[in-house]
Design a protein around this ligand. Structure first.
Ligand code: FAD
Length: 475
Protein backbone atom coordinates (compact mmCIF):
# COMPACT_ATOMS: atom_id res chain seq x y z
CA UNK A 1 0.00 0.00 0.00
CA UNK A 2 1.30 3.54 -0.62
CA UNK A 3 0.82 6.64 1.52
CA UNK A 4 2.00 10.23 1.06
CA UNK A 5 3.79 12.43 3.59
CA UNK A 6 5.47 15.81 3.88
CA UNK A 7 8.21 14.25 6.01
CA UNK A 8 9.26 10.66 6.59
CA UNK A 9 11.89 9.87 9.19
CA UNK A 10 13.94 6.72 8.85
CA UNK A 11 14.93 5.63 12.36
CA UNK A 12 13.08 6.37 15.58
CA UNK A 13 15.98 7.07 17.96
CA UNK A 14 16.43 10.35 19.83
CA UNK A 15 17.14 12.31 16.66
CA UNK A 16 14.33 10.70 14.70
CA UNK A 17 11.45 10.82 17.16
CA UNK A 18 12.25 14.40 18.24
CA UNK A 19 12.30 15.46 14.58
CA UNK A 20 8.92 13.75 14.10
CA UNK A 21 7.40 15.65 17.02
CA UNK A 22 8.67 18.99 15.70
CA UNK A 23 7.40 18.20 12.18
CA UNK A 24 3.95 17.36 13.55
CA UNK A 25 3.96 20.56 15.65
CA UNK A 26 4.56 22.51 12.44
CA UNK A 27 1.55 20.88 10.81
CA UNK A 28 3.51 18.60 8.47
CA UNK A 29 2.10 15.15 7.61
CA UNK A 30 4.69 12.98 9.30
CA UNK A 31 5.64 9.31 9.44
CA UNK A 32 8.44 7.54 11.26
CA UNK A 33 9.88 4.11 10.46
CA UNK A 34 11.54 2.08 13.22
CA UNK A 35 12.84 -1.45 12.91
CA UNK A 36 13.34 -2.03 16.63
CA UNK A 37 11.95 0.18 19.41
CA UNK A 38 11.14 3.89 19.38
CA UNK A 39 13.76 5.67 21.48
CA UNK A 40 16.71 3.96 19.79
CA UNK A 41 20.16 3.52 21.27
CA UNK A 42 19.93 6.26 23.88
CA UNK A 43 16.77 4.93 25.48
CA UNK A 44 17.28 1.17 25.10
CA UNK A 45 21.04 0.54 25.06
CA UNK A 46 22.78 3.84 25.78
CA UNK A 47 22.25 6.91 27.92
CA UNK A 48 19.30 5.88 30.07
CA UNK A 49 20.05 2.22 30.96
CA UNK A 50 23.73 2.98 31.57
CA UNK A 51 22.88 5.90 33.88
CA UNK A 52 20.35 3.74 35.74
CA UNK A 53 23.09 1.17 36.42
CA UNK A 54 25.53 3.94 37.39
CA UNK A 55 23.01 5.23 39.93
CA UNK A 56 22.58 1.78 41.50
CA UNK A 57 26.38 1.45 41.62
CA UNK A 58 26.62 4.81 43.39
CA UNK A 59 24.01 3.82 45.99
CA UNK A 60 25.89 0.56 46.58
CA UNK A 61 29.20 2.40 47.00
CA UNK A 62 27.72 4.96 49.37
CA UNK A 63 25.92 2.32 51.45
CA UNK A 64 28.99 0.03 51.56
CA UNK A 65 31.80 2.54 52.08
CA UNK A 66 30.61 6.06 52.72
CA UNK A 67 27.39 6.04 54.76
CA UNK A 68 29.29 5.53 58.05
CA UNK A 69 31.05 8.85 57.52
CA UNK A 70 27.64 10.54 57.68
CA UNK A 71 26.86 8.77 60.95
CA UNK A 72 24.65 6.24 59.23
CA UNK A 73 25.56 2.65 60.05
CA UNK A 74 24.25 0.34 57.36
CA UNK A 75 25.61 -2.97 58.65
CA UNK A 76 26.24 -5.61 56.01
CA UNK A 77 25.33 -4.35 52.58
CA UNK A 78 24.53 -6.75 49.77
CA UNK A 79 23.70 -6.30 46.14
CA UNK A 80 20.60 -7.71 44.44
CA UNK A 81 21.67 -7.39 40.81
CA UNK A 82 18.38 -8.71 39.46
CA UNK A 83 16.64 -5.78 41.23
CA UNK A 84 19.27 -3.41 39.74
CA UNK A 85 18.33 -4.69 36.28
CA UNK A 86 14.62 -4.62 37.07
CA UNK A 87 14.80 -0.98 38.12
CA UNK A 88 16.75 -0.10 34.95
CA UNK A 89 14.20 -1.92 32.77
CA UNK A 90 11.29 -0.18 34.51
CA UNK A 91 12.77 3.26 33.84
CA UNK A 92 13.42 2.37 30.19
CA UNK A 93 9.91 0.92 29.87
CA UNK A 94 8.31 4.03 31.35
CA UNK A 95 10.20 6.36 29.01
CA UNK A 96 9.48 4.09 26.02
CA UNK A 97 5.76 4.24 26.75
CA UNK A 98 6.13 8.03 26.97
CA UNK A 99 7.70 8.23 23.50
CA UNK A 100 4.97 6.01 22.03
CA UNK A 101 2.26 8.19 23.52
CA UNK A 102 3.96 11.33 22.17
CA UNK A 103 3.71 9.80 18.68
CA UNK A 104 -0.01 9.26 19.19
CA UNK A 105 -0.47 12.77 20.59
CA UNK A 106 1.28 14.25 17.53
CA UNK A 107 -0.79 12.03 15.16
CA UNK A 108 2.47 10.73 13.74
CA UNK A 109 2.16 7.51 11.73
CA UNK A 110 4.58 4.94 13.12
CA UNK A 111 5.64 2.07 10.86
CA UNK A 112 7.30 -0.80 12.72
CA UNK A 113 9.62 -2.37 10.19
CA UNK A 114 12.83 -1.99 8.21
CA UNK A 115 12.87 0.95 5.83
CA UNK A 116 14.87 1.15 2.62
CA UNK A 117 15.28 4.09 0.26
CA UNK A 118 14.11 3.55 -3.31
CA UNK A 119 15.49 5.37 -6.33
CA UNK A 120 13.35 7.25 -8.84
CA UNK A 121 10.39 4.96 -9.57
CA UNK A 122 6.74 4.88 -10.55
CA UNK A 123 6.03 6.36 -7.10
CA UNK A 124 8.18 9.45 -7.53
CA UNK A 125 10.62 10.89 -10.09
CA UNK A 126 12.98 11.64 -7.20
CA UNK A 127 14.87 9.13 -5.06
CA UNK A 128 13.77 8.88 -1.42
CA UNK A 129 10.52 6.93 -1.42
CA UNK A 130 10.68 4.50 1.50
CA UNK A 131 9.72 0.86 1.22
CA UNK A 132 8.99 -0.62 4.65
CA UNK A 133 9.33 -4.34 5.24
CA UNK A 134 6.81 -4.61 8.05
CA UNK A 135 7.73 -6.46 11.27
CA UNK A 136 4.28 -8.04 11.47
CA UNK A 137 4.70 -9.73 8.07
CA UNK A 138 2.13 -7.51 6.33
CA UNK A 139 2.94 -6.58 2.76
CA UNK A 140 5.50 -3.79 2.30
CA UNK A 141 4.29 -0.24 2.86
CA UNK A 142 5.41 2.40 0.35
CA UNK A 143 5.85 5.87 1.80
CA UNK A 144 5.91 8.59 -0.85
CA UNK A 145 7.40 11.77 0.55
CA UNK A 146 8.40 15.35 -0.06
CA UNK A 147 11.28 15.17 2.44
CA UNK A 148 13.19 12.33 4.05
CA UNK A 149 15.29 12.51 7.21
CA UNK A 150 17.75 9.64 7.68
CA UNK A 151 18.32 9.03 11.41
CA UNK A 152 19.49 5.42 11.45
CA UNK A 153 22.04 5.99 14.22
CA UNK A 154 25.07 3.88 15.01
CA UNK A 155 26.17 0.46 16.25
CA UNK A 156 29.14 -0.64 18.38
CA UNK A 157 32.50 -1.10 16.67
CA UNK A 158 35.00 -3.78 17.53
CA UNK A 159 38.66 -4.37 16.68
CA UNK A 160 39.58 -6.61 13.73
CA UNK A 161 39.83 -10.18 15.01
CA UNK A 162 37.93 -9.47 18.21
CA UNK A 163 34.57 -11.11 17.70
CA UNK A 164 31.75 -10.14 20.02
CA UNK A 165 30.29 -13.43 21.29
CA UNK A 166 27.93 -11.76 23.77
CA UNK A 167 29.09 -14.10 26.53
CA UNK A 168 32.76 -13.54 27.29
CA UNK A 169 33.46 -10.72 24.86
CA UNK A 170 30.84 -7.99 24.98
CA UNK A 171 30.08 -4.47 23.90
CA UNK A 172 28.09 -2.12 26.11
CA UNK A 173 24.96 -3.42 24.39
CA UNK A 174 25.33 -6.97 25.76
CA UNK A 175 26.87 -5.77 29.02
CA UNK A 176 23.71 -3.79 29.82
CA UNK A 177 21.73 -7.04 29.78
CA UNK A 178 24.08 -9.10 32.02
CA UNK A 179 22.07 -11.22 34.46
CA UNK A 180 24.89 -11.34 37.01
CA UNK A 181 28.00 -9.31 37.62
CA UNK A 182 31.33 -10.91 36.66
CA UNK A 183 34.15 -10.90 39.20
CA UNK A 184 36.53 -9.18 36.78
CA UNK A 185 36.36 -7.29 33.48
CA UNK A 186 38.98 -6.03 31.05
CA UNK A 187 37.74 -2.92 29.27
CA UNK A 188 39.29 -2.23 25.88
CA UNK A 189 39.00 1.51 25.24
CA UNK A 190 39.32 4.32 27.77
CA UNK A 191 36.86 6.69 26.07
CA UNK A 192 33.57 7.91 27.48
CA UNK A 193 31.73 4.57 27.44
CA UNK A 194 34.77 2.62 28.71
CA UNK A 195 35.32 5.00 31.63
CA UNK A 196 31.65 5.09 32.62
CA UNK A 197 31.69 1.28 32.73
CA UNK A 198 35.02 1.19 34.60
CA UNK A 199 33.58 3.49 37.26
CA UNK A 200 30.26 1.63 37.50
CA UNK A 201 31.77 -1.86 37.66
CA UNK A 202 34.33 -0.70 40.22
CA UNK A 203 31.55 0.72 42.40
CA UNK A 204 29.75 -2.63 42.12
CA UNK A 205 32.93 -4.34 43.41
CA UNK A 206 34.14 -5.80 40.09
CA UNK A 207 37.92 -5.94 39.46
CA UNK A 208 38.53 -3.68 36.42
CA UNK A 209 41.49 -3.27 34.05
CA UNK A 210 41.35 -0.63 31.30
CA UNK A 211 43.51 -1.05 28.19
CA UNK A 212 43.92 1.76 25.67
CA UNK A 213 46.35 2.32 22.81
CA UNK A 214 46.56 6.01 23.77
CA UNK A 215 48.70 7.25 26.65
CA UNK A 216 45.67 8.89 28.27
CA UNK A 217 41.99 8.28 28.92
CA UNK A 218 39.07 10.49 27.81
CA UNK A 219 41.01 11.81 24.82
CA UNK A 220 38.35 14.41 23.96
CA UNK A 221 38.35 15.99 27.41
CA UNK A 222 40.59 18.57 29.08
CA UNK A 223 43.89 16.93 30.09
CA UNK A 224 43.66 17.88 33.79
CA UNK A 225 40.07 16.64 33.95
CA UNK A 226 41.09 13.27 32.51
CA UNK A 227 44.02 13.00 34.95
CA UNK A 228 41.67 13.70 37.88
CA UNK A 229 39.28 10.92 36.80
CA UNK A 230 42.12 8.46 36.27
CA UNK A 231 43.67 9.18 39.68
CA UNK A 232 40.30 8.74 41.38
CA UNK A 233 39.63 5.43 39.65
CA UNK A 234 43.17 4.21 40.39
CA UNK A 235 42.76 5.09 44.05
CA UNK A 236 39.61 2.94 44.10
CA UNK A 237 41.45 -0.01 42.53
CA UNK A 238 41.02 0.27 38.75
CA UNK A 239 44.16 -0.78 36.83
CA UNK A 240 45.14 1.16 33.70
CA UNK A 241 47.39 -0.10 30.93
CA UNK A 242 47.74 2.92 28.66
CA UNK A 243 49.78 3.08 25.47
CA UNK A 244 49.05 -0.64 25.11
CA UNK A 245 49.04 -2.15 21.64
CA UNK A 246 46.47 -4.95 21.84
CA UNK A 247 47.05 -8.21 20.03
CA UNK A 248 43.54 -9.40 19.20
CA UNK A 249 44.86 -12.67 17.70
CA UNK A 250 46.12 -13.62 21.17
CA UNK A 251 42.58 -13.88 22.59
CA UNK A 252 42.15 -17.14 24.50
CA UNK A 253 38.89 -18.31 25.98
CA UNK A 254 38.63 -20.85 28.76
CA UNK A 255 35.72 -21.78 31.01
CA UNK A 256 34.98 -18.61 33.01
CA UNK A 257 38.11 -16.78 31.87
CA UNK A 258 39.33 -14.90 28.83
CA UNK A 259 42.92 -13.75 28.28
CA UNK A 260 44.28 -11.14 25.91
CA UNK A 261 47.84 -9.91 25.44
CA UNK A 262 49.18 -6.51 24.57
CA UNK A 263 52.51 -4.84 24.02
CA UNK A 264 53.50 -2.12 26.46
CA UNK A 265 56.95 -0.54 26.82
CA UNK A 266 58.41 -3.17 24.45
CA UNK A 267 57.12 -5.97 26.65
CA UNK A 268 54.38 -8.43 25.86
CA UNK A 269 51.98 -8.67 28.78
CA UNK A 270 48.58 -10.25 29.22
CA UNK A 271 45.48 -9.82 31.32
CA UNK A 272 42.90 -12.44 32.26
CA UNK A 273 39.38 -11.68 33.40
CA UNK A 274 35.93 -13.19 33.40
CA UNK A 275 34.80 -10.91 30.59
CA UNK A 276 36.12 -8.41 28.08
CA UNK A 277 34.13 -5.26 27.34
CA UNK A 278 34.99 -3.68 23.99
CA UNK A 279 34.33 0.07 23.88
CA UNK A 280 36.24 1.38 20.88
CA UNK A 281 33.62 3.67 19.36
CA UNK A 282 30.49 3.43 17.24
CA UNK A 283 29.96 3.06 13.49
CA UNK A 284 27.08 4.74 11.61
CA UNK A 285 24.29 2.43 10.38
CA UNK A 286 24.33 2.88 6.61
CA UNK A 287 24.28 -0.70 5.30
CA UNK A 288 21.18 -1.93 3.57
CA UNK A 289 19.25 1.34 3.78
CA UNK A 290 19.31 1.94 0.01
CA UNK A 291 21.94 4.68 -0.21
CA UNK A 292 23.04 3.24 -3.57
CA UNK A 293 19.72 4.46 -5.00
CA UNK A 294 20.58 8.09 -4.20
CA UNK A 295 23.30 10.69 -4.82
CA UNK A 296 24.14 10.71 -1.10
CA UNK A 297 27.85 10.83 -0.40
CA UNK A 298 29.52 8.74 2.28
CA UNK A 299 32.99 9.45 3.68
CA UNK A 300 34.70 7.35 6.34
CA UNK A 301 31.42 5.52 6.81
CA UNK A 302 29.42 8.67 7.64
CA UNK A 303 26.71 10.35 5.54
CA UNK A 304 27.90 13.75 4.33
CA UNK A 305 25.62 16.77 4.73
CA UNK A 306 25.81 20.55 4.44
CA UNK A 307 25.30 22.81 7.47
CA UNK A 308 21.52 22.45 7.07
CA UNK A 309 21.84 18.63 7.27
CA UNK A 310 20.90 18.23 3.59
CA UNK A 311 22.62 15.51 1.61
CA UNK A 312 23.50 15.79 -2.10
CA UNK A 313 19.83 14.97 -2.73
CA UNK A 314 18.60 18.17 -1.14
CA UNK A 315 15.19 16.84 -0.05
CA UNK A 316 16.98 14.05 1.86
CA UNK A 317 18.43 15.14 5.19
CA UNK A 318 20.58 13.12 7.62
CA UNK A 319 21.01 13.73 11.33
CA UNK A 320 22.41 12.16 14.49
CA UNK A 321 25.04 9.45 14.87
CA UNK A 322 24.75 8.46 11.21
CA UNK A 323 26.52 11.69 10.19
CA UNK A 324 29.34 11.18 12.72
CA UNK A 325 30.78 14.18 14.54
CA UNK A 326 29.57 14.53 18.10
CA UNK A 327 27.69 11.26 18.63
CA UNK A 328 25.49 12.50 21.45
CA UNK A 329 21.76 12.25 22.05
CA UNK A 330 21.27 16.00 22.54
CA UNK A 331 23.22 16.67 19.33
CA UNK A 332 20.97 14.24 17.39
CA UNK A 333 17.94 15.95 18.92
CA UNK A 334 19.05 19.46 17.93
CA UNK A 335 20.10 18.35 14.45
CA UNK A 336 16.62 16.81 14.04
CA UNK A 337 14.89 20.02 15.16
CA UNK A 338 17.11 22.05 12.84
CA UNK A 339 16.45 19.83 9.80
CA UNK A 340 12.68 20.01 10.30
CA UNK A 341 12.78 23.79 10.73
CA UNK A 342 14.77 24.00 7.49
CA UNK A 343 12.20 21.85 5.69
CA UNK A 344 9.47 24.17 7.00
CA UNK A 345 11.37 27.23 5.75
CA UNK A 346 12.21 28.54 9.24
CA UNK A 347 15.52 30.40 9.03
CA UNK A 348 18.00 29.71 11.85
CA UNK A 349 21.70 30.10 12.50
CA UNK A 350 23.50 26.77 11.89
CA UNK A 351 24.34 24.82 15.04
CA UNK A 352 27.73 25.63 16.56
CA UNK A 353 29.58 22.49 17.69
CA UNK A 354 31.64 24.63 20.09
CA UNK A 355 28.48 25.20 22.13
CA UNK A 356 27.56 21.54 22.58
CA UNK A 357 28.13 20.30 26.14
CA UNK A 358 29.57 16.82 26.60
CA UNK A 359 29.51 14.82 29.81
CA UNK A 360 30.94 11.66 31.34
CA UNK A 361 28.76 10.16 34.07
CA UNK A 362 31.56 8.35 35.89
CA UNK A 363 32.46 8.98 39.52
CA UNK A 364 33.74 11.68 39.48
CA UNK A 365 31.62 13.14 36.69
CA UNK A 366 33.07 15.36 33.99
CA UNK A 367 31.39 18.00 31.85
CA UNK A 368 32.63 20.49 29.30
CA UNK A 369 31.55 22.97 26.69
CA UNK A 370 33.71 24.91 24.24
CA UNK A 371 37.43 24.77 23.60
CA UNK A 372 40.21 23.13 25.55
CA UNK A 373 43.40 25.11 26.14
CA UNK A 374 45.06 23.16 23.35
CA UNK A 375 42.23 23.86 20.89
CA UNK A 376 42.29 27.57 21.82
CA UNK A 377 46.03 27.64 21.12
CA UNK A 378 45.51 25.89 17.76
CA UNK A 379 43.00 28.61 16.82
CA UNK A 380 45.40 31.36 17.91
CA UNK A 381 43.22 32.42 20.86
CA UNK A 382 45.13 33.57 23.94
CA UNK A 383 43.18 32.56 27.01
CA UNK A 384 43.08 33.55 30.65
CA UNK A 385 42.26 30.62 32.93
CA UNK A 386 40.23 30.76 36.11
CA UNK A 387 40.02 27.62 38.23
CA UNK A 388 38.18 26.87 41.44
CA UNK A 389 38.43 23.63 43.44
CA UNK A 390 35.36 21.94 44.92
CA UNK A 391 37.26 21.43 48.18
CA UNK A 392 36.72 25.17 48.81
CA UNK A 393 32.97 24.86 48.17
CA UNK A 394 30.74 24.43 51.24
CA UNK A 395 28.03 22.36 49.53
CA UNK A 396 30.57 19.91 48.09
CA UNK A 397 31.93 19.31 51.62
CA UNK A 398 28.40 18.97 53.03
CA UNK A 399 27.62 16.41 50.31
CA UNK A 400 30.75 14.49 51.28
CA UNK A 401 32.45 14.72 47.93
CA UNK A 402 34.78 17.59 47.15
CA UNK A 403 37.18 16.21 44.55
CA UNK A 404 37.61 18.14 41.29
CA UNK A 405 37.34 21.68 40.00
CA UNK A 406 35.72 24.12 37.60
CA UNK A 407 37.95 25.70 34.98
CA UNK A 408 36.94 28.64 32.79
CA UNK A 409 38.88 29.79 29.72
CA UNK A 410 38.27 33.37 28.61
CA UNK A 411 39.58 35.05 25.46
CA UNK A 412 42.17 37.62 26.57
CA UNK A 413 41.09 40.06 23.86
CA UNK A 414 37.29 39.82 23.68
CA UNK A 415 36.94 38.57 27.30
CA UNK A 416 34.30 36.07 26.06
CA UNK A 417 34.23 32.67 27.72
CA UNK A 418 35.51 30.18 25.14
CA UNK A 419 35.58 26.97 27.20
CA UNK A 420 34.46 25.53 30.51
CA UNK A 421 35.73 22.23 31.94
CA UNK A 422 34.49 20.61 35.10
CA UNK A 423 35.20 17.47 37.05
CA UNK A 424 33.49 16.66 40.33
CA UNK A 425 30.08 16.40 41.96
CA UNK A 426 27.01 16.93 39.78
CA UNK A 427 28.98 18.76 37.10
CA UNK A 428 26.82 17.13 34.41
CA UNK A 429 24.00 19.31 35.74
CA UNK A 430 26.15 22.39 36.41
CA UNK A 431 27.46 22.57 32.82
CA UNK A 432 24.18 23.94 31.43
CA UNK A 433 24.82 27.30 33.08
CA UNK A 434 28.17 27.44 31.30
CA UNK A 435 26.48 26.53 28.01
CA UNK A 436 23.95 29.33 28.47
CA UNK A 437 26.72 31.80 29.36
CA UNK A 438 28.52 30.91 26.14
CA UNK A 439 25.37 31.11 23.98
CA UNK A 440 24.85 34.62 25.41
CA UNK A 441 28.54 35.54 24.80
CA UNK A 442 28.94 36.19 28.51
CA UNK A 443 32.20 37.37 29.97
CA UNK A 444 33.37 36.05 33.37
CA UNK A 445 32.31 39.26 35.13
CA UNK A 446 28.72 38.73 33.98
CA UNK A 447 28.75 35.15 35.31
CA UNK A 448 30.00 36.24 38.71
CA UNK A 449 27.58 39.18 38.93
CA UNK A 450 24.62 36.79 38.56
CA UNK A 451 23.99 35.99 42.23
CA UNK A 452 24.49 32.30 42.94
CA UNK A 453 22.63 30.92 45.97
CA UNK A 454 24.61 29.70 48.97
CA UNK A 455 25.42 26.97 49.69
CA UNK A 456 25.33 25.42 46.22
CA UNK A 457 27.77 23.66 43.95
CA UNK A 458 26.98 26.37 41.38
CA UNK A 459 29.02 28.83 43.43
CA UNK A 460 32.11 27.03 42.13
CA UNK A 461 31.27 28.29 38.62
CA UNK A 462 30.85 31.84 39.87
CA UNK A 463 34.13 31.61 41.82
CA UNK A 464 35.97 30.23 38.77
CA UNK A 465 34.69 33.27 36.83
CA UNK A 466 36.14 35.54 39.53
CA UNK A 467 39.35 33.50 39.40
CA UNK A 468 39.76 34.51 35.74
CA UNK A 469 40.27 38.07 37.11
CA UNK A 470 42.39 36.76 39.98
CA UNK A 471 39.75 37.77 42.55
CA UNK A 472 38.08 34.52 43.68
CA UNK A 473 36.74 34.98 47.20
CA UNK A 474 37.16 31.58 48.85
CA UNK A 475 40.62 30.80 47.54
P1 FAD B 1 19.91 5.96 17.48
O1 FAD B 1 19.49 6.32 18.85
O2 FAD B 1 20.93 4.91 17.31
O3 FAD B 1 18.58 5.54 16.71
C1 FAD B 1 18.59 5.04 15.41
C2 FAD B 1 17.34 4.21 15.22
O4 FAD B 1 17.21 3.88 13.85
C3 FAD B 1 17.38 2.88 15.97
O5 FAD B 1 16.24 2.78 16.80
C4 FAD B 1 17.38 1.83 14.88
O6 FAD B 1 16.66 0.67 15.24
C5 FAD B 1 16.69 2.57 13.74
N1 FAD B 1 17.02 2.07 12.40
C6 FAD B 1 18.25 1.88 11.86
N2 FAD B 1 18.14 1.45 10.59
C7 FAD B 1 16.81 1.39 10.32
C8 FAD B 1 16.06 1.02 9.17
N3 FAD B 1 16.65 0.64 8.03
N4 FAD B 1 14.72 1.06 9.23
C9 FAD B 1 14.09 1.44 10.38
N5 FAD B 1 14.76 1.80 11.49
C10 FAD B 1 16.09 1.79 11.46
N6 FAD B 1 24.66 10.24 24.45
C11 FAD B 1 24.45 11.26 25.30
O7 FAD B 1 24.18 12.38 24.86
N7 FAD B 1 24.51 11.08 26.66
C12 FAD B 1 24.83 9.88 27.20
O8 FAD B 1 24.89 9.75 28.42
C13 FAD B 1 25.07 8.79 26.33
N8 FAD B 1 25.39 7.59 26.84
C14 FAD B 1 25.57 6.54 25.98
C15 FAD B 1 25.91 5.31 26.52
C16 FAD B 1 26.10 4.24 25.70
C17 FAD B 1 26.45 2.90 26.30
C18 FAD B 1 25.95 4.38 24.29
C19 FAD B 1 26.12 3.21 23.38
C20 FAD B 1 25.63 5.61 23.74
C21 FAD B 1 25.45 6.71 24.58
N9 FAD B 1 25.15 7.97 24.08
C22 FAD B 1 24.97 9.01 24.93
C23 FAD B 1 25.04 8.22 22.62
C24 FAD B 1 23.56 8.29 22.19
O9 FAD B 1 22.93 7.08 22.54
C25 FAD B 1 23.49 8.50 20.69
O10 FAD B 1 24.24 9.64 20.35
C26 FAD B 1 22.05 8.71 20.24
O11 FAD B 1 21.27 7.59 20.54
C27 FAD B 1 21.99 8.98 18.73
O12 FAD B 1 20.68 9.11 18.33
P2 FAD B 1 20.26 8.79 16.83
O13 FAD B 1 18.81 9.16 16.74
O14 FAD B 1 21.19 9.39 15.88
O15 FAD B 1 20.43 7.21 16.66
Amino acid sequence: MSKEYDVVILGGGTGGYVAAIRAAQLGLQTAIVEKSKLGGTCLHSGCIPSKALLKSAEVFRVASNEANEFGVNTGDVSLDFSQVQKRKNQIVGQLHAGVESLMKKGKIDVFHGTGRILGASIFSPMPGTISVEMDNGDENEILILKNLIIATGSKPKTLPGLDIDGKQVLTSQEALEMKALPSSVTIIGGGVIGIEWASMLNDFGVQVTVLDRLERILATEDHEVAVTVKKSLEKRGVTFRLGASINTDSLQKQEGEVTISYQLDDQVQSVSSEKILVSVGRAPVIDDIGLQNTEIQVENGTIQTNKFYQTKDQHIYAIGDVIGGLQLAHMAEHEGLFAVDHIAGIKREPLNNDLVPHCVYSYPETAAVGLTEQQAEERGINVRVGKFPFKANGKALVNGYAEGFVKILADQDSEDIVGVHMVGPHVTDLISEAGLAMVLNAIPWEVSSAIHPHPTLSEAFSEAALAVEGIAIHM
